[in-house]
Ligand binder design. Structure first.
Ligand code: AHR
Length: 655
């Protein structure tokens, strides 16, 4: 049995196994083993919106660490005599700061970095400070580094400090480990000249918590991903792939190589929403394609990069001049070919050698690649076509993902699906951020899909409640209900990823999201728990489950019930979402057993429900709404149970 982090609850009257009217009879056929459930079925979608990378999963605590923002001191406060120069040691990030003697013994020269909504520091935890520095005129100097509570927060006091001696006119990397004695989510990093106050140049100032996974990933957030056991990891988005314009599209080649030399990119979510403006939102690319591939490996997912097809975000660009003409797509197609070489190529190829130099000589074993995010109109297939031709020719082993546009149905959707089929896409990426009624009506969405065409990738979805476009339990319940249809149709649905994934409580542009955090704490939403349950009880093959001969899809007359069944070795997992306001009595009838076969035995029941339908977990109360194990026993070819109103339950039987 897999490790499961669930709370065990006392049996409540409504959940108890006991007297019930068996008016919802689920027939589960154990004779016929259905389609295999792809290991990629349940996964995660990462996009650097909502401060998901810098300020989120990327553990770097210093904003604008290389002084490369258009306003070179954005994120910094300077005091004394500070200059910005641009002939530094890293050609793609040439700026650096020069600190000079303030000219009076009682004055200071230095810098303070505000971090991302402050710098979260925890008492007793180690933080690794690094900086590239030199004494331009030769000789020796020193800097003092401190973590302090900013003056604006009241008492201006430092909690930890260290002195670093800098010597010589050559750029060198210096390191110090600091350990604050106090916890503060909004500290600042202060650096200032110390005696002998010789001029010192500073470049790429970094502060990373000592517990960051591999020194890169914020630990609690990485763990929240790993716990989902995701089969597929899509990155880097989302619209960020396309950019507000082509200049701001995600350029994977800028995101690899030494972090000191990765040029920043204006984050395309910086000013998309005037009511949620973040004029200091840039991508450091510290979490770049190497780090995404590596994270896929660490959490056991297949990587699925999505690349620009040469169309800038179509929501923001009506004019064809914003896009790459079809006959000029060469460099974009080359980017795709080079990415495959970066991921899988031998170490004697250009890009494979770069991967090796970054610490990973073994290939990442890339199998999937998406071209284009949410694209539409004929301008998309006509661009996709030359990509497909080149990729099929050179890399027939790579499965290609095309887009069905931004809508779950409608003209564009109807136009793009046959186009994807014509072009031979292996998977089609469908997106649906839709309201409650849509989710309730889509239990059978895939039951009648064309089995001969591409497979389905439900690449971005979440229930957006009408008037309640934020995280709450009810939305997660409807997602759980809808997912029974994904599972039942595992022969055609090969991947599904909820979106967006991450959000900083002080820096979001989109909601709902799967995981929320501030500088020190994180919270897994009810939707996360639904994804978690699907990950834990994934199973190997679909089993046929019917009620009165029909799949249980929330259809009229099915009393708000949605259900699916899978087998996992000798275990049977039955998932039941009861979206109605009444409890429902069920009986599980196991068919297809031979006389001599042993009877199934009830072994486990996990119930996810809440009295607070429109609430969710919070940073202060992160476990307010969690699935609980409820005792479950019984054996035989018919086993009964009751499911509470508005609940999602996973039943486990053994045979
Ligand atoms: O997830 C937020 C955005 O929604 C994605 O960037 C985009 O693909 C979709 O429109």
């Amino acid at each position: 049995m897999k490790a499961r982090i669930l709370v065990t609850a006392l049996v409540t009257a409504s959940m108890a196994f006991g007297a019930f009217a068996q008016n919802h009879s689920f027939d589960i056929d154990l004779k016929k083993v259905g389609a295999p459930i792809q290991p990629t079925m349940d996964g995660i979608f990462f996009e650097d919106s909502n401060f998901a990378a810098d300020g989120g999963l990327y553990a770097e605590l210093v904003k604008n660490r290389s002084f490369e923002f258009p306003n070179a001191l954005q994120g910094w406060k300077s005091f004394g005599r500070v200059e910005i120069l641009d002939d530094g040691p890293f050609d793609r990030c040439p700026h650096y700061a020069r600190l000079k003697d303030p000219g009076h013994k009682d004055k200071q020269t230095g810098l303070e970095n505000e971090g991302f909504f402050g710098i979260g520091m925890e008492a007793g935890k180690e933080y690794s400070f690094t900086v590239w520095a030199r004494v331009p005129d030769g000789g020796e100097g020193a800097i003092r580094i401190e973590l302090v509570t900013p003056a604006s927060m009241g008492e201006n006091q430092f909690f930890t400090q260290d002195r670093i001696r800098i010597s010589g006119a050559q750029w060198k990397k210096y390191e110090a480990v600091i350990k604050p004695g106090v916890t503060d989510p909004k500290a600042v990093l202060r650096i200032f000249l110390e005696a002998p106050r010789t001029t010192i140049d500073l470049e790429h100032v970094s502060l990373i918590p000592g517990d960051a996974l591999e020194g890169v990933y914020r630990r609690d957030l990485a763990e929240a991903l790993a716990d989902l056991q995701p089969g597929i990891f899509r990155f880097p988005g989302g619209c960020i792939v396309e950019g507000t314009d082509l200049d701001t599209r995600y350029n994977w080649k800028n995101s690899v190589g030494p972090v000191e030399n990765r040029p920043i990119n204006e984050n395309r979510w910086e000013d998309t929403f005037p009511h949620r403006l973040y004029p200091d939102y840039y991508q450091s690319y510290g979490l770049g394609f190497y780090e995404f591939f590596r994270l896929s490996e660490l959490i056991g997912s297949e990587p699925l990069p999505i690349l620009s097809c040469g169309l800038a975000c179509q929501f923001q660009n009506d004019d064809m001049s914003a896009h790459v003409p079809v006959d000029e797509l060469g460099p974009y197609i080359q980017d795709a070919l080079d990415l495959i070489e970066f991921a899988n190529g031998s170490t004697d190829t250009k890009w494979g050698a770069l991967r090796a130099s970054m610490g990973h000589p073994e290939p990442f074993n890339l199998k999937y690649l998406g071209i284009g995010n949410e694209q539409w109109d004929a301008i998309y297939p006509e661009r996709l076509e030359p990509f497909v031709a080149a990729l099929r020719k050179q890399h027939p082993e790579i499965k290609l993902v095309g887009s069905a546009g931004p809508n779950s149905e409608g003209d564009q959707f109807d136009f793009l699906w046959p186009e994807m089929k014509r072009l031979g896409a292996d998977l089609v990426d469908e997106h649906f951020y839709r309201p409650e009624a849509w989710f309730l009506s889509q239990g059978s969405r895939y039951d009648n899909y064309d089995r001969k065409g591409p497979k389905v990738f439900a690449g971005e979805y979440a229930c957006h409640g009408v008037g309640r476009k934020y995280n709450h339990f009810h939305a997660s319940l409807l997602e759980a209900a809808f997912m029974t249809g994904l599972e039942r149709n595992a022969d055609i649905v090969h991947m599904a990823t909820y979106a967006p994934l991450f959000a900083h409580v002080e820096g979001w542009q989109w909601r709902p999201d799967l995981i929320w955090y501030d500088n020190l704490r994180s919270m897994r939403t009810a939707s996360w728990h639904v994804q978690h349950l699907y990950g834990l009880y994934k199973g190997e093959n679909v089993l046929t489950l019917t009620m009165d001969g029909a799949p249980v899809t929330g259809a009229e007359g099915q009393d708000g019930l949605f259900a699916s069944a899978v087998k996992d070795g000798n275990l049977i997992y039955v998932k039941v979402a009861n979206t109605s306001e009444s409890s429902r009595d069920l009986s599980f009838n196991f068919t297809g057993l031979k006389k001599k076969d042993a009877d199934p035995v009830a072994v486990e029941r996990v119930v996810f429900t809440s009295d607070s339908l429109y609430e969710d977990n919070t940073l202060d109360d992160p476990d307010a709404i969690v699935p609980v194990e409820v005792p479950f026993s019984g054996s035989g070819r018919t086993i009964g149970a009751t499911v509470p109103p508005q609940s999602f339950t996973v039943f486990v039987f053994e045979r």
